[in-house]
Design a protein around this ligand. Structure first.
Ligand code: GAR
Length: 202
């Protein structure tokens, strides 16, 4: 049997998308890949606790302490040491340079909480995305999983799912609905799809 693709999940905060990946793996919905490492740029991220509870190896690499160049060097070292083949950005709030992304073509995926190309790119992250959607007055939003290249949120789209906006939505309520109805389903599906492609391409 072909060995599973080793996955690293990069996080910064609460880690509900990481949890969705862990749960999907436990439920047998991710079979072509294996979450081998969780890396956070933020030592206080609750995502680290979620990883530890699931028995997954963790690392903290601080961009604040190291500066951008050394931060990416340290990331690459960790990824190489652990034989990582797929990098999943799951609420990872750092933009990666072209020097980094060009090392991993079609090997980095990201979940974004809108229907790209709406409400995306630099400055659109977390709640800000939902604030912008409500301010604009769109009636439908959603989530996107895409490959990561040198353009923030600009890589090839892998999966998207629409979510309706309801009267009275606040950014917080909308964020929760987009996570529940879209992100937590799409990210594990995309992780399996890309892992299967990696195994085939070996
Ligand atoms: C998620 O909604 C994710 O899509 C978003 O941050 C949240 C992280 O939540 N990511 C971005 O905005 C990236 N541009 P989580 O830590 O609970 O997974």
């Amino acid at each position: 049997m072909l060995s599973k693709a080793k996955i690293a999940v990069l996080v910064s905060g609460g880690g509900t998308n990481l949890q969705a990946l862990i749960d999907a793996q436990s439920a047998g919905k991710i079979t072509s890949g294996e979450i081998s490492l969780v890396i956070s740029n933020n030592p206080g991220a609750y995502a680290l606790t979620r990883a530890q509870n699931a028995g997954i190896k963790t690392a903290v690499i601080s961009k604040k302490e190291l500066g951008a160049d050394k931060f990416e060097q340290a990331l690459i070292e960790q990824l190489e040491e652990n034989g990582i083949e797929l990098i999943i950005l799951a609420g990872f709030m750092c933009i990666l340079s072209e020097g980094f992304t060009s090392k991993y073509p079609k090997r980095i995926i990201n979940v974004h909480p809108s229907l790209i190309p709406s409400f995306c790119g630099e400055g659109f992250y977390g709640l800000k995305v939902h604030e912008a959607a409500l301010r604009y007055g769109v009636k439908v939003t959603g989530a996107t999983v895409h490959f990561v290249n040198e353009i923030p949120d600009g890589g090839e789209i892998i999966l998207q799912r629409a979510v309706e906006i309801q009267d009275g939505d606040t950014p917080e309520i909308l964020q929760k609905r987009v996570m529940e109805e879209a992100e937590w389903h799409l990210l594990p599906q995309a992780a399996e799809k890309v892992s299967a492609e990696i195994i085939k391409s070996r």
